[in-house]
Design a protein around this ligand. Structure first.
Ligand SMILES: Cc1ncc(COP(=O)(O)O)c(C=O)c1O
Length: 473
């Protein structure tokens, strides 16, 4: 390896990244390009010979950069992928260079200690005591999967790991759940037919009486509750279920309580809205994604578990080729014994660096700013008789829709999709559309350090104009 070339190319790359971050606001947020064009652009044979790094940088500038979705752009308010904080970006660079493999202590002693500390910080934020544990994961999907596996194993008396799930069980969750939970009940062998998808109330929180009715109906058929899932920050609206009520019901039913706070966990850093996640510490396991509202670069999810021993009971297999003879007294913490993944990236480094550089207070301020932006957009929609907001936002996610003109629901859905597509093409803003309670909505979520009030006002004015133009077209 030519380290002179590496050094030069590395400096150039870091300069390039700094320029990119400073100039990204001027770029079109989303590339106006056909997928077929991009497919053709990368339709190239496997390179058989070498090429200097500076040439590759030029290629990246030509082929990759012009066609990215710029989540660092202040107009990005879409699917929950934040503008990554710059300290975290450097953390990931170093993590790749060190290539510590956190599955086993022997491939990263200090990295294992750092990762355990980051998990402890997250457990402290939740309010878990010293018995808690956890794993960083690729994201909320994997964290929810692990949460459901822990539930399954616990409720089966740790037999399911050997026998598979025996008997009839069900899992309960609100209709506002993320799809990762459907995939998880499938993956751990409970089956999607046994996921009871229950109605949410007018604030998009699980109806407790619907949960009680579903439990009763299952009881009559001899179906036992395996897990109740609470949502602490729904994907559409940031709605938070009544976690205390869910904890009381789970305790009564002797089943597991898993809470999906993949997105909403960021509220634990808020200084202006304490208590939004009240009761979170009562859950047996919690999903929180630092790569969502802690502004860490992808990927960094987390499953946090009230009783660390449940992780070991669920995953604790030790094969001869992995057994570390030096750790006879368990002083060498082996993540592979206490978690699902074997090889795992050094995800905690970027999270640790983010907290070290900015401090929890600054990250909490970003969260509070995002919440204020959502509240502002909600107000703008409420004040316009031709717009409706689904509910007052508790976090950064708002769903609004155009109600002007005499349109049926199919036409209104078309309006929303076409206006969103027009805005995407123009490259100033990006947000998603969604459906809730039979209606189509613009789903707008500024999990972004750079979005400001002017951006929100400009977005709303654009929506007002384009919705009216669609009707007049
Ligand atoms: C509430 C919730 N849970 C889970 C997930 C899945 O997380 P990931 O995309 O990190 O796998 C998401 C993603 O947006 C989410 O909003």
């Amino acid at each position: 390896m030519d380290y002179t070339e590496f050094r030069e190319a590395g400096h150039r790359m870091v300069d390039f990244i700094a320029d990119y971050l400073q100039q990204v606001q001027e770029k079109p947020l989303f590339p106006d390009v056909e997928p077929a064009f991009l497919h053709a652009l990368f339709d190239e044979p496997l390179p058989s010979g070498p090429r200097p790094l500076h040439e590759i940088q030029t290629l990246l500038e030509e082929k990759l950069l012009p066609y990215c979705t710029h989540v660092n752009h202040r107009g990005y308010m879409g699917l929950i992928t934040p503008s990554p904080n710059p300290a975290g970006i450097l953390g990931d660079l170093l993590a790749s260079a060190l290539n510590q493999n956190l599955g086993a202590y022997s491939i990263g002693p200090s990295a294992v200690a750092m990762e355990r500390r980051v998990i402890r910080w997250l457990n402290d934020l939740i309010g878990y005591d010293a018995h808690a544990g956890g794993n960083l994961s690729s994201g909320g999907m994997t964290a929810n999967f692990i949460g459901l596996k822990l539930a399954r194993d616990h409720v089966s008396g740790d037999r399911a790991q050997h026998e598979g799930l025996q008997g009839r069980y069900a899992v309960y969750v609100s209709e506002e759940r993320h799809v990762s939970l459907d995939k998880s009940v499938d993956a751990v062998g409970i089956g999607r037919d046994n996921l009871r998808v229950l109605p949410a109330d007018e604030h998009y929180r699980l109806r407790i009486e619907a949960l009680e009715a579903a439990l009763e109906a299952d009881r009559r058929q001899g179906i036992r509750p395996l897990c109740i899932i609470g949502l602490a920050g729904t994907t559409n609206l940031g709605a938070v279920d009544d976690l205390k009520a869910l904890a009381a019901i789970a305790a009564r039913e002797q089943c597991w309580l898993h809470v999906d706070a993949a997105y909403g966990g960021g509220m634990l850093l808020s200084q202006q809205h304490p208590g939004v996640l009240e009761g979170l510490h009562l859950a047996d396991s919690v999903t929180i994604d630092p790569h969502k509202w802690f502004y860490a670069p992808l990927d960094a999810g987390a499953i946090l578990v009230k009783d660390h021993d449940r992780l070991t009971a669920s995953f604790g297999m030790q094969h001869a080729y992995l057994t570390d003879q030096s750790g006879q007294k368990n002083e060498r913490y082996q993540f592979y014994v206490h978690g699902f993944e074997q090889s795992r990236r050094f995800r905690s480094l970027k999270v640790w660096m983010s907290f070290q550089h900015y401090g929890a207070a600054q990250i909490g301020e970003w969260v509070d700013r995002n919440v204020a932006l959502a509240a502002h957009l909600h107000q703008l929609a409420v004040q316009d008789p031709e717009f409706e907001s689904a509910t007052e936002p508790v976090m950064s996610a708002v769903c609004i829709r155009y109600t002007g003109a005499d349109l049926d629901e199919e036409q209104r859905a078309q309006l929303h999709h076409e206006v969103a597509a027009r805005i995407e093409r123009e490259g100033q803003f990006w947000f998603a559309s969604t459906a809730m309670k039979g209606k189509t909505w613009f789903r707008i979520n500024p999990v972004n350090i750079y979005t400001d009030t002017d951006t929100i006002i400009a977005l709303f004015e654009t929506l007002q104009r384009y919705c009216r133009e669609w009707v007049m077209r």
